[in-house]
Write a protein that binds this ligand. Structure first.
Ligand SMILES: Nc1nc2c(c(=O)[nH]1)N[C@H]1C(S)=C(S)[C@@H](COP(=O)(O)O)O[C@H]1N2
Ligand SMILES: [Mo]
Length: 319
């Protein structure tokens, strides 16, 4: 295998904590005093305000495309919800950049429509669907989930989507299907980091069929009441909230049912650090850092990590 340089962000998972909490405190201070315009003066030249103005502008067209979806109260969590702007400016999306705070600025060339999703492999009814036709056919709901990155940051956001189970029932897995393999798009013109040949693009992930059929497993097409902006994995991405975030593959073009355990992107790159299962577990440290606690993005608050990210009653029986 060729030598692969591990990106800085993975070496120092908390490297942006300080600058980010400064940014949030400034935003809150301005908001609390009702000083939006004075704030601009006070902090003119500050990256934080420029960043906030920029992302507000970037989000306008996505916020205009609302998705009607009833909130499923079964999935509400006790934690405070993460601010939309915070979630939209702190992303992992290596196809665009390894800098979490800059993904939203690097997605300008990305086009999420038209978009097709192919469902193939060990199914009775393979099909290729336009994403908007798929969205029309599926039972959309809103679910507020905890989300935990392997780098020990966490958030709470309202996803809109449908259970992956609903799609799998439509294509009818064959008796010998045991795994689901998923792929992200490949288009270096839209996603410049895909020109980096040291990484095995396109991004690929997988689940067991039992995991894919679990009630919690969501194919998300929206967030905060509207369609997904590019940085969150438009137009359709996976959400498996009891697993570390890298399992939740973005911008999916292919879902294939197989009888072989699929390989996964991060496991292929650094097998001793990122395994196939990747269940959130405070008792199993990452080889380079503890997983005992997590930092909430936005507030900077530190909380104890929960086994299976707090979803054990739904998924512990799988393991
Ligand atoms: N295709 C693709 N999917 C991806 C990633 C990526 O780099 N490329 N990053 C993963 C990681 S490490 C995390 S933590 C989540 C981040 O999702 P968010 O930016 O919507 O919070 O996306 C996951 N899905
Ligand atoms: Mo992550």
């Amino acid at each position: 295998m060729p030598y692969i340089k591990i990106p800085k962000e993975w070496e120092i998972p908390e490297n942006q904590a300080t600058s980010e909490s400064d940014y949030i405190n400034r935003r809150k201070f301005i908001k609390d005093l009702g000083l939006a315009s004075a704030g601009t003066l006070l902090f003119s030249g500050s990256n934080a305000c420029a960043q906030e103005r920029g992302v507000e502008k970037q989000l306008v067209p996505y916020r205009a495309q609302k998705l009607a979806a009833k909130n499923n109260t079964a999935f509400t969590v006790k934690r405070q919800m993460t601010d939309e702007v915070v979630a939209a400016t702190y992303n992992n999306y290596y196809e665009f950049t390894t800098s979490k705070s800059r993904v939203w600025q690097k997605v300008k060339k990305f086009r999420a429509r038209p978009w097709e999703v192919e469902i193939s492999g060990l199914v009775e009814k393979p099909m290729t669907l336009d994403v908007d036709d798929l969205i029309k056919q599926m039972p959309l709901e809103e679910r507020i989930y905890r989300f935990r990155c392997v780098e020990a940051w966490a958030m709470v956001v309202p996803w809109i989507g449908f259970p992956m189970k609903a799609l799998l029932e439509k294509v009818q897995p064959k008796a010998d299907a045991k795994y689901v393999r998923m792929l992200t798009f490949l288009d270096p013109d839209m996603a410049p980091e895909q020109n980096n040949a040291r990484l095995p693009w396109p991004y690929f992930e997988g689940l067991t069929l039992a995991e894919a059929m679990n009630d919690l497993t969501l194919l998300s097409v929206g967030i905060y009441g509207h369609i997904l902006p590019p940085q969150h994995g438009a137009p359709i991405r996976l959400i498996v909230p009891w697993k570390y975030g890298f399992k939740s593959i973005k911008s999916i073009v292919s879902i294939e049912l197989t009888d072989q355990k699929p390989r996964t992107f991060w496991n292929t790159l650094i097998p001793r650090e990122y395994d196939f299962e990747a269940n959130v577990n405070p008792n199993v440290p990452h080889p380079r850092w503890s997983q005992a606690s997590e930092r909430m993005i936005g507030t900077g608050k530190r909380l104890p990590t929960m086994i299976y990210n707090g979803y054990g009653s739904s998924v512990a029986h799988l393991y």
